[in-house]
Ligand binder design. Structure first.
Ligand code: HEM
Length: 338
């Protein structure tokens, strides 16, 4: 799932997928995982700026951070080099963000006040990296949790597959045009994001002014974490909060737009996720195709209740143990299998 969402994002952003070189999919995933782990890790120098770096040095945190930076730098360099290697001229509409940045570098003159270099391009890509890391992992995590919940809930799995197969017929694949009609699939995704928000504490906020909440004083500059995970499982808000029941959204107008504070998998406000629609489209399309093209079984006589649902802690929360499922090609009536 990671390589799928990374490839989609790379294609959108960089115009190509990454394979057959140093940054093959395995290595690429490693670099992304490590960067995410570093983002979610405790760094003493964040809390004690003057002396914390000594602790980071002694614990090896500092060196790990440096290594992660170097790996990302290598990735950016390769992206830039691959664009420089391309001899043919692209039409304007085929150009991606790197082509544009390289054009800026090429077309500058010596009298320009600021000289634009490949390091600047890397810096811009570092901002973009946040978008990239933000998008790749969260979407992949969501598909995996959805499949884990569905395999434990055969009724929901069957209902979703029937909806998709009835709607898509013999076409051979689900495309974006079909998704709008797949109401149950959308409820499955919503329920997955309720139980398993990939970024359960959203991004940290800093209080700008003094305020009181539930009798607690919060002073300016206090770091505030919003626990969306807890809110989305709060028994005062949700009936049977621990159960996977996509139907709960049938008559509900609760949405992810950041206005319904009981469901905040994409956060809310100015720091809310700018990739909601891309994230949802990726998850819905990937999941719909998995459910359309295959029936899914548990391996080695495993029972639904045996599926391990433990979470791995971090800035994003993914399934601690890999989900192992057996795909069985769904062939009946399909005219074209890919
Ligand atoms: C299922 C998919 C996704 C989920 C669940 C998700 C969730 C989130 C959450 C919870 C936040 C923090 C919001 C807050 O604290 O209010 C966030 C921020 C962000 N997301 Fe997503 N996201 C997803 C997909 C994407 C995609 C596809 C992109 C871009 C391609 C993206 C880019 C970002 C960026 C750049 C931020 C930081 C915004 C800021 O700090 O101002 N996300 N996302």
């Amino acid at each position: 799932m990671m390589s799928l969402t990374a490839t989609i994002t790379c294609r959108v952003a960089f115009g190509k997928r990454f394979e057959g070189n140093e940054f093959d999919e395995g290595k690429f995933q490693e670099v992304v995982n490590e960067a995410m782990a570093m983002l979610g890790s405790f760094s003493a120098s964040n809390f004690f700026p003057y002396v914390g770096w000594i602790v980071d040095k002694l614990t090896g945190h500092h060196d790990r951070l440096e290594r992660s930076f170097h790996d990302l730098d290598g990735f950016y360099q390769q992206v830039i080099d691959q664009h420089l290697d391309t001899k043919e001229t692209k039409h304007e509409e085929e150009q991606n963000i790197i082509d544009m940045l390289l054009k800026l570098e090429r077309n500058q003159t010596e009298i320009d006040a600021v000289q634009f270099t490949q390091n600047h391009i890397k810096a811009i890509l570092t901002c973009f990296k946040n978008i990239f890391l933000g998008g790749v992992e969260t979407s992949a995590i969501t598909v995996v949790w959805a499949m884990a919940e569905l395999i434990r809930n055969p009724r929901a799995m069957k209902k979703s597959q029937e909806e998709i197969r009835n709607c898509v017929g013999n076409k051979g694949e689900v495309d974006e045009g079909d998704i709008e009609q797949l109401k149950y699939l959308k409820m499955v995704v919503k329920e997955t994001l309720r139980l398993h928000p990939p970024a359960p504490l959203l991004v940290p906020r800093e209080a700008m002014s003094h305020f009181k909440i539930n009798g607690y004083d919060t002073y300016p500059k206090t770091q505030v974490h919003v626990n969306a995970w807890a809110i989305q499982r709060d028994p005062d808000i949700w009936t049977s909060p621990e159960e996977f029941v996509p139907e709960r959204f049938e008559d509900e107008s609760i949405d992810f737009n950041g206005q319904n504070y009981e469901l905040l998998p994409f956060g809310s406000g100015r720091r809310g996720c700018p990739g909601v629609y891309m994230g949802l489209s990726t998850v819905e399309l990937a999941l719909a195709n998995l459910l359309y093209c295959f029936d899914w079984k548990l391996p080695n006589g495993l029972k639904e209740e045996d599926v391990n649902m433990e979470e791995e802690a971090g800035i994003t929360v993914y399934k601690k143990l890999p989900l192992n499922l057996v795909p069985v090609k769904y062939i009946t009536g399909l005219s074209k299998m890919k």
